[in-house]
Design a protein around this ligand. Structure first.
Ligand SMILES: [Zn+2]
Length: 355
């Protein structure tokens, strides 16, 4: 049995217990100080580490339990944003950039430093891609004096993210993953219409170029991007098979491209026939939106479907998405734990079958 086959990882977030959700929101309101919150979160994150190690994962995160959301973390730790003035879907508000952005210390490297002290497993650290930062946190009413266009903000994010990736590497992370849900959401014509995207090919190429600039020339750390149809309250924000974006994926220079395939909204596996050569496939093989916990055999079946298109030694297993990309996303921690365990048991079956 080859341990290197079918490695298992997470996409990032685990559902946060109520006490963690409260701490993050109380910290934001100033009810508790950052130091007070950190002390409690350190204890809680030790439990997140044990949960992932117990499930059998080869690579873990801190559950993103220090963050309000996967994308807002950039605005929390970089100067130039005003919180919650940018209305988003489902009643969730985002920050908007109001001044030229400036780094104000670590965005995520401190998360890795803590993990390094408390686990011997491989460590993954996630950052939002420059494209999603521009999409989520630029608003024409608030941002034009700082950045005349969304694209100008996106481009200014690149050097800050590059410095952070180096810091994450120095802190001991094995993988940095850039989260980029909008690229895959663009396959959905209703999503494009809703978001006013009239030139999708230009946008897709811009996204790819920004990702390449962010990771180009950085060595000593594995690079990945995560694509998905995004989700809130167990519903996806977009849907559709990935054919439209496959030519763009071939232009992106990262080690792993992680995509969701367990959910039916991704439209089946056939688009994998166009998946680029020379890149690992991060295969979403557990459906975080479905309350039913998969059996290991269900997960094995999903991986074997992907193996019709992708060599076994290029496949990494993970859930479709982070279980709770934001504090506000209500998900179940016990359910997530059981799903991760089933996925790791499936990996063991696959290794014995194909190793
Ligand atoms: Zn996702």
């Amino acid at each position: 049995m080859t341990r290197d086959l079918f490695p298992t990882t997470v996409i990032g977030s685990l559902p946060r217990p109520a006490c963690v959700r409260d701490l993050i929101l109380d910290r934001k309101k100033g009810i508790v100080t950052h130091d007070q919150a950190r002390e409690h979160l350190d204890d809680e994150i030790k439990a997140a580490i044990h949960l992932q190690e117990g499930a059998g994962l080869d690579e873990i995160t801190d559950g993103e339990w220090r963050r309000e959301s996967y994308v807002k973390v950039f605005a929390e730790r970089v100067h130039g944003f005003a919180p919650d003035i940018n209305p988003g879907a489902a009643g969730l508000n985002y920050p908007a950039v109001i001044a030229p952005i400036e780094s104000s210390g670590a965005i995520a490297a401190h998360e890795v430093q803590f993990l390094k002290k408390h686990t011997g497993r491989r460590i993954k650290c996630t950052l939002p891609s420059p494209y999603i930062i521009g999409r989520r946190m630029w608003h024409s009413d608030h941002s034009t004096s700082a950045y005349p266009t969304r694209e100008a903000l996106m481009r200014d994010c690149v050097p800050i993210l590059r410095r952070e990736i180096v810091a994450i590497r120095e802190a001991g992370a094995a993988t940095v993953q850039l989260d980029e849900p909008w690229l895959s959401a663009m396959v959905d014509s209703r999503f494009r219409e809703r978001e006013g995207i009239s030139a999708p090919h230009y946008q897709m190429d811009l996204c790819a170029d920004l990702i390449n600039q962010t990771v180009s020339g950085i060595t000593g750390i594995d690079t990945a991007i995560h694509l998905c149809h995004a989700h809130f309250n167990r519903r996806h924000v977009s849907e559709g098979e990935y054919d439209l974006i496959m030519p763009t994926l071939a232009k992106i220079r990262v080690g792993t491209i992680s995509m969701e395939y367990a959910t039916p909204v991704s439209g089946g596996y056939s688009a994998l026939s166009k998946f680029p050569d020379g890149v690992r496939l991060g295969l979403g093989c557990v459906d975080h939106c479905d309350r039913r916990v998969e059996t290991p055999q269900v997960v094995v079946d999903r991986v074997e479907r992907a193996m019709r298109y992708i060599d076994r030694d290029r496949i990494t297993l993970h859930p479709d998405c982070g279980f709770a990309p934001s504090v506000q996303n209500p998900m179940d921690l016990d359910e997530a734990c059981q799903k991760l365990k089933a996925m790791c048991e499936a990996a063991a079956i696959l290794r014995s079958r194909y190793g």
